[in-house]
Design a protein around this ligand. Structure first.
Ligand code: DQQ
Length: 516
């Protein structure tokens, strides 16, 4: 590893692990890097039964610089084993960083397609792996695409989605066309090395909507991910009504905004978008998602849970960035996506508590749930009367000064849609952390809501009838209480099951893990 050279590398390397491990806000059952910086999930896959998670990693400190590909494997998507860094910058087209990309199976040869960064620009590169996916050799022909498409004024060009279609490979590279909007450029190849440019798969319109909106499509699309949500492979004639899905992370002038997806149909060389959707109501807290189909046919998605504290606070903490729990991605009856943590996560559940079903009446006192913990998995089944609002509090301090509130509300007049909101205004006494409100619509037939809340210290993942809201919180008082109350109208608590969650990393980890 190179010497500490970056001005932000103020924490000595041998202190990073101790600082990271000592931080009470560091999640214990979400994947985090050994220490230092983590961002996007990369090369997510299952290979001969083993799950692989690569990730954007800087072991030099908790800041984004000279990015490498960290690597971990899992038998079950729950516990992870650290493996040696898979890709590290070297003289040539990735000298300044090995940015995001994917893993494909090239006739039995594990192959990475990633963005090599050099002199402020990214270009597509390829590396092939040993059968155990631990040793990677970069292609001597890198970059395999020498430049972005000629004659188009682009804002940026990086990140890859690669799939097999018939006898050819196809690839998307995320980009943005100046004065128009985000896009994904489509290429074709017979060998993953020599690529023919086909054209933009589809182009967003950045002039549509207010740039402040939570569904603004941005000026560039990062981490594009195209998949068929139903039966069959991309490009084949659909046999059901399930849509094709184009996921992207809307970016603008250096700002990571939010993940969105189009549903529509990919056919020939184009994607015909039908509808635009927010992928996660937490916006940038579930950024740069990447998905894959596992050997049992499930579509599994990971996202990067960014930090909501200052750059200086991250550097001091010695670590930054959390990988979301892997999410099973399915299609709802209305053609939108629904998400749930993979059921395997349930093996971490301990100390089951059941809260008795009851009627909650507005403005009444909070229910004493008896549930507590800063690593918890909560499952509630609720029925809200028209006009009702229910508030679930987590990480509440004994005096109630700090509390993170998950608020469900149903409109007074019979629409089958309600709202999920995360109120972080009292999550932390630290005035420097992000407390912006996050919210979005939730289908609520007859007021029924299946609410799942997973809390792992500073990481919170919420699913209301399958619609996710992911965010980070930074309590300072060590609160662990879980509270429940109706604040408007009335609601029935039908079921409430709670568990504390075991941690997944038992032994001390290494910044630069050895091979297994
Ligand atoms: N992060 C990577 C890029 C990608 C961005 C760099 C998204 O490849 O566009 O670490 O978070």
């Amino acid at each position: 590893m190179t010497e500490l050279t970056h001005p932000l590398a103020t924490v000595p390397r041998d202190e990073l692990l101790t600082r990271a491990e000592a931080d009470p806000l560091r999640p214990r059952f979400h994947f985090v890097s050994p220490a230092g910086w983590l961002n996007d999930p990369n090369g997510v896959s299952q290979w001969n039964g083993t799950y692989h998670l690569f990730y954007q990693y800087n072991p030099e400190g908790a800041f984004h610089h000279r990015i490498q590909w960290g690597h971990a494997t899992s038998p079950d998507l729950v516990t992870w084993t650290d493996l040696p860094v898979a890709l590290e910058p070297s003289a040539g087209p990735d000298a300044d960083g090995c940015w995001s990309g994917v893993l494909v199976n090239d006739g039995g040869t594990p192959t990475l397609v990633y963005s090599g960064r050099f002199e402020g620009k990214e270009l597509p590169c390829v590396a092939v792996g040993s059968p155990d996916l631990q040793n990677w050799t970069k292609d001597p022909g890198n970059p395999v695409i020498a430049a972005p498409p000629a004659g188009v004024e682009i804002s940026a060009y990086r990140d890859h989605c690669v799939w097999r279609e018939g006898t050819k490979w196809r690839q998307l590279v995320g980009s943005g066309i100046r004065h128009r909007g985000g896009t994904a450029f489509l290429y074709e190849s017979s060998d993953l090395r020599s690529w023919d440019y086909i054209g933009p798969l589809c182009i967003g319109d950045a002039s549509q909507g207010d740039p402040a909106d939570t569904d603004w499509t941005g000026t560039m699309w990062e981490c594009v991910d195209l998949f068929r949500a139903g039966q069959g492979s991309l490009g084949s004639v659909p046999t059901d009504n399930a849509p094709d899905v184009l996921v992207f992370s809307a970016w603008d002038d250096g700002e990571t905004r939010h993940p969105l997806y189009w549903t529509g149909r990919y056919a020939g060389d184009a994607f015909e978008p039908e509808a635009l959707h927010r992928l996660d109501y937490g916006g940038r807290f579930f950024y740069a998602p990447q998905s894959f189909e596992d050997e049992s046919g499930r579509r599994v998605m990971f996202g990067w849970m960014q930090e909501g504290r200052s750059d200086a606070a991250m550097v001091e903490a010695g670590w930054s960035g959390v990988m979301s729990l892997p999410r099973v991605t399915t299609v709802a009856n209305d053609g939108t996506l629904e998400f749930a943590p993979v059921p395997e996560i349930e093996k971490l559940r301990r100390n089951h508590v059941t809260v008795p079903g009851q009627v909650l009446v507005g403005a009444g006192t909070s229910l004493e749930t008896g549930v507590s913990g800063n690593q918890v998995d909560l499952e509630l089944d609720l029925q809200l009367a028209p006009g009702a609002e229910v508030r679930l509090g987590v990480l509440a301090s004994p005096d109630g000064v700090e509390e993170t509130l998950i608020v469900l509300s149903r409109a007074a007049h019979g629409t089958p849609v309600g709202t999920l909101r995360l109120d972080r205004t009292r999550s932390s006494l630290d005035p420097a952390v992000d407390v912006e409100d996050k919210s979005g619509p939730v289908p609520m037939m007859d007021g029924r809501v299946r609410l799942r809340v997973v809390v792992d210290r500073s990481a919170v993942e919420i699913f209301a009838n399958g619609k996710p809201l992911t965010a980070r919180v930074y309590p300072t008082l060590g609160g662990e209480r879980v509270t429940l109350a109706a604040t408007e109208g009335s609601a029935r608590l039908l079921t409430f099951d709670a568990w504390t969650m075991a941690g997944i990393f038992e032994s001390t980890r290494s910044l630069l893990p050895e091979g297994k």
